[in-house]
Design a protein around this ligand. Structure first.
Ligand code: SF4
Ligand code: SF4
Length: 82
């Protein structure tokens, strides 16, 4: 699999936060736009050798970060309530 398509998935309370570090350019837009302030810089490097991002359990799986990322580096899957 090409490096840019290797995902890094975090299972959180409300859903799955998947980042593709090889697509993340470290622009910080997702951090700025997350309404829960649940995204921070991570130790995993992105495509330009800058930090990529990770989420924490404050995430509501709203999907805003997925929508605003200019490089489609985030994928959100919301957990279904039973
Ligand atoms: S908006 Fe996308 S490219 Fe920018 S830091 Fe977030 S995940 Fe990386
Ligand atoms: S899905 Fe919503 S709450 Fe979760 S990290 Fe993205 S913008 Fe923040």
């Amino acid at each position: 699999m090409p490096l840019e398509f290797i995902p890094k998935t975090q299972e959180l309370d409300k859903g799955f936060f998947t980042l593709f570090p090889g697509l993340c350019k470290g622009c910080g837009l997702c951090i700025e736009k997350c309404p829960k302030k649940s995204i921070a810089w991570s130790n995993v490097l992105g495509v330009y050798g800058t930090p990529s991002v990770e989420a924490n359990n404050e995430c509501t799986a709203c999907g805003i970060c997925q929508s605003v990322c200019p490089d489609c580096a985030i994928s959100i899957e919301r957990k279904v309530k039973h």
